[in-house]
Design a protein around this ligand. Structure first.
Ligand SMILES: Cc1ncc(COP(=O)(O)O)c(C=O)c1O
Length: 382
């Protein structure tokens, strides 16, 4: 992910505002071993473990949405064959888009609740795949398993899909922490036996990537940085991040520091701030011929991750100014740009170039959000 921070964003929310040790404490640790839930350091660790398991089960190919971050693609590379289905500009997935790519060899389909908003056709897509004996992974990496009624994280949600993935470090100020639900209990057991092993495979994956890049771009293509992170919190790829390394040192499982933080955070405050920040953008970002809000409302159970905007046409001038002046992101891109057959992935390239994201992290205050919105409005007004 490319970030441009020309703003000096100072946290307005103090740690004491989000950490509590009183009766508010959310006891998630007893649920850490919730049935059929496996904890990992990062979502990518869960994905690579699942890919290894599925390959052992005879699965050959995974079908991914074409709008997806390279971090979610790489764990499959070199283990399963990859194919991509198109995604609509409003980021809504349909049965038709998926059906058109369901060949005999597809064994897993991945769907994403982009930026924390539930896919409206999810159940139909799951039913379609399962009726064909194809497994579905509901990638909820952008969403928190937060229950608005009890105001706590809840780890006992059985997924409708075969697998569901959460990446908690994206919504919460924790250094790592991801959860994979496996609907079938026998499979949970089998996968848990594999979950300590990805370390070596990550290394061999890097050589696979190197090989792939050389195949696509020829020798010397090695220098292209392709593994990026889009975490809004602490990322293990940040150089010199001690927590991240610590998480890695714990065998790709959730680190104990993350577990303790999960227990200590006042989740209600964190989520309320994220929703508030989203709403402030909704009210203050002006749409125009150039930009539309991808999600122009927020409903009760939404837990937004970022504020997405769709740039209708590729206006290089606007793009450049947004990139250099705003703390925002263009995200994601395919892990290997497809050069040979552009038409096959045209929608992907279009989306990757046109979706612009504004951060809604809990530690941004209203003033900061308003000044970003004001600057944004000025830029698009010309
Ligand atoms: C859709 C999606 N799936 C999976 C992941 C991987 O999650 P993690 O950052 O926890 O490895 C990401 C984020 O990078 C993502 O955006």
């Amino acid at each position: 992910m490319r970030t441009t921070h020309h703003y000096n964003i100072t946290p307005s929310l103090h740690l004491s505002d989000i950490i509590t040790y009183g009766d508010d404490r959310v006891n998630v640790i007893k649920e850490v071993n919730a049935r059929n839930a496996l904890w990992f350091a990062f979502g990518r660790d869960a994905l690579i473990t699942l890919a290894i398991y599925l390959r052992g089960m005879g699965v050959k190919k995974v079908l991914l949405p074409s709008y997806i971050c390279d971090v979610a693609v790489l764990p499959f590379a070199g283990i399963l064959q990859l194919d991509f289905y198109e995604v609509n500009p409003d980021l809504i997935l349909t049965e038709e888009l998926i059906l058109s790519k369901l060949g005999d060899d597809v064994g897993l389909v991945l769907i994403v609740d982009y930026f924390g908003f539930e896919q409206p056709n999810k159940n139909r897509i799951i039913n379609l795949c399962q009726s064909k004996g194809i497994r579905v992974l509901d990638d909820l990496a952008h969403k928190a398993p937060y229950d608005k009624v009890s105001e706590s994280l809840t780890f006992n949600i059985p997924p409708a899909a075969d697998y569901a993935l959460y990446s908690l470090h994206k919504q919460l100020p924790i250094p790592d922490g991801s959860l994979l639900y496996v609907r079938n209990s026998d499979e949970t057991q089998e996968i848990s036996k594999l979950s300590n092993r990805p370390r070596g495979l990550y290394r061999s994956m890097r050589s696979t990537i190197k090989l792939l890049k050389q195949t696509y771009f020829g020798p010397g293509a090695d220098g292209i940085p392709i593994v990026t992170s889009n975490s809004t919190t602490v990322s293990h790829e940040d150089p010199g991040d001690p927590w991240g390394r610590r998480a890695r040192a714990e065998g790709y499982r959730i680190s104990s520091i993350a577990k303790h933080l999960l227990k200590a955070y006042r989740l209600k405050t964190i989520f309320a701030h994220r929703c508030e920040n989203y709403t402030t953008y909704l009210e203050n970002i002006q749409t125009s011929n150039s930009f539309i809000k991808i999600r122009p409302f927020i409903s009760r159970n939404d837990m937004p991750y970022m504020f997405p905007l769709y740039l209708r046409s590729v206006n290089t001038n606007i793009k450049l100014r947004l990139k250099t002046l705003l703390p925002g992101y263009f995200w994601p891109r395919l892990y290997l740009p497809i050069k040979q057959d552009i038409s096959k992935y045209s929608r992907t390239i279009d989306l990757a170039d046109n979706v612009f994201l504004l951060s809604i992290q809990q530690d941004l205050d209203k003033q900061k959000i308003l000044s970003v919105a004001e600057l944004f409005n000025k830029i698009i007004a010309g």
